[in-house]
Unconditional design. Structure first.
Length: 192
């Protein structure tokens, strides 16, 4: 029933959606190229520390005009001063947008265009964040609890992870004096 025709599903807070089709777990090991302090990441991994950073529960569909619906849970935590985040991506099909709805926790949606121009929106319970076509997007948990949000996007959007993996985001969200701040990423565009 989740593949074709109408369905309904329930938001389960930190347990995502039920029913769902796909569950993806991202551990520190999956994000080893992404954090600023790579040395710290390698140290942790070599000690067998491989925390779960985020989970996505998704109902994906196939066919023209369909939407995918996903619920992301980002755990609270930091690598050095850098808050836990999602990998981030452009949509492979550029003219596709996305809507995020905050369910619980608090965080930041970082967006950027192909020239590295940055846009930031805060998200918490009840916030609707609209991500227009052409912007890469990453979610960052700046709070003390899980950040949970719902994502709705065209099922033909596809995910281009490679661009962001290679260049990074132009800005980073780190903690300073107990608060989140935006800083320039010293490594932005390093492989360009
Ligand atoms: C979201 C993301 C989800 C995980 O559903 O896929 O938050 O982030 P990454 O895909 O960057 O690992 C979305 O933006 N879908 O298009
Ligand atoms: Zn997306």
């Amino acid at each position: 029933m989740l593949d074709k025709g109408p369905y309904s599903t329930k938001i389960q807070g930190v347990n995502g959606l039920y029913p769902y089709k796909v569950k993806v777990e991202r551990y520190l090991k999956d994000l080893r190229e992404y954090f600023l302090d790579r040395q710290k990441v390698e140290e942790m991994l070599s000690k067998g520390e491989n925390p779960l950073i985020y989970v996505v529960y998704e109902i994906d569909r196939e066919g023209e005009g369909e939407f995918n619906v996903g619920c992301t849970i980002i755990y609270p935590g930091k690598i050095g001063d850098e808050y836990y985040f999602t990998k981030g991506h452009f949509h492979a099909k550029e003219p596709t947008s996305e809507v995020y709805v905050g369910i619980s926790g608090k965080g930041v949606i970082l967006m950027q265009d192909r020239d590295g121009r940055t846009f930031v929106e805060e998200i918490s319970q009840g916030t609707i964040v609209y991500i227009p076509p052409g912007l890469a997007h990453r979610s960052i948990n700046t709070g003390k609890n899980e950040l949970v949000f719902l994502a709705i996007y065209p099922s033909e959007a596809g995910h281009d992870y490679e661009t962001i993996m290679k260049t990074g985001f132009a800005k980073l969200v780190i903690e300073r004096d107990g608060k989140p701040i935006l800083i320039d990423n010293p490594n932005y565009g390093r492989y360009l």
